[in-house]
Design a protein around this ligand. Structure first.
Ligand SMILES: Cc1cc2nc3c(=O)[nH]c(=O)nc-3n(C[C@H](O)[C@H](O)[C@H](O)COP(=O)(O)OP(=O)(O)OC[C@H]3O[C@@H](n4cnc5c(N)ncnc54)[C@H](O)[C@@H]3O)c2cc1C
Length: 209
């Protein structure tokens, strides 16, 4: 699918006018982008087959801080209910080795990708979407590419873990350093308390030194 057709598709989802788009759609990648689009299309009567290279549920090395997405956008996409479990996040701070650089209000939602991707795939399937897991497909004409970052060698290493009983001053705390960055934020409430997500990017050169 070319650039022009993708813009037409996005406009059609936004305005609810997908009249000419009645042919089945194939999407590569069942992350946030692919599943959200799949749900939006299926709920507007466009048949979608989505290929995902892995299976659900699964962890992703991702900060799990979703910002800048309003209730209206989530409702238009048909995914608002998938975020019902999310924690409301409000405050953020940035620091370096010298101390705090800034703090601000940063409305967002925190939820693990384990939960969110699983909620989204269930929603997609419940709408009649065709989901093919453990299926890594190649780019081809007519396939919408939602496969995340390209697979290519990089000096960056992403790390993530979930922790309990970690004191925070803000919902999102970002620490920068010459060797990469670490950020820490509350991402979800679980029955035994508040879970926090620690994650960061580290350059291999930094790890070697
Ligand atoms: C360390 C780190 C921290 C981050 N923190 C945040 C954050 O706090 N907030 C935020 O909004 N974003 C964050 N991001 C970015 C985040 O990863 C993206 O916002 C989000 O994952 C993008 O969603 P996506 O659907 O485009 O891609 P992805 O979530 O990466 O999904 C792509 C999917 O495509 C599948 N796939 C790949 N190739 C194929 C193929 N050939 N065929 C079929 N399936 C395929 C993959 O298995 C995957 O499930 C972070 C990223 C990193 C690396």
């Amino acid at each position: 699918m070319g650039h022009t057709e993708i813009i037409a598709l996005a406009r059609g989802v936004e305005t609810g006018s997908l009249g000419p788009l009645k042919n089945p759609i194939t999407i590569a990648g069942g992350g946030l982008a692919g599943l959200s689009l799949g749900i939006a299309l299926q709920s507007r009567g466009v048949a979608v087959t989505l290929h995902e290279a892995s299976a659900y549920p699964r962890h992703r090395v991702c900060g799990e801080f979703i910002s800048g997405v309003g209730r209206e956008t989530l409702a238009n996409l048909g995914i608002a209910d998938c975020l019902n479990d999310a924690t409301r996040l409000q405050s953020a701070s940035w620091s370096d080795s010298e101390g705090q650089l800034a703090e601000m209000q940063a409305p967002g939602r925190g939820i693990s990708r384990w939960k969110l991707d699983d909620h989204l795939q269930r929603q997609f399937v419940s709408l009649g979407g065709g989901l093919v897991t453990n299926s890594r497909i190649a780019p081809a004409s007519g396939v919408i590419w939602a496969a995340g970052r390209p697979r290519q060698p990089s000096p960056w290493l992403g790390l993530k873990c979930h922790a309990r009983k970690l004191p925070l001053t803000h919902d999102l705390e970002v620490f920068t350093s010459p060797g990469g960055y670490r950020d820490v934020h509350v991402h979800s409430q679980v029955s035994r308390g508040t879970q926090k997500c620690l994650q960061g990017l580290i350059r291999f050169e930094f790890l070697r030194s």
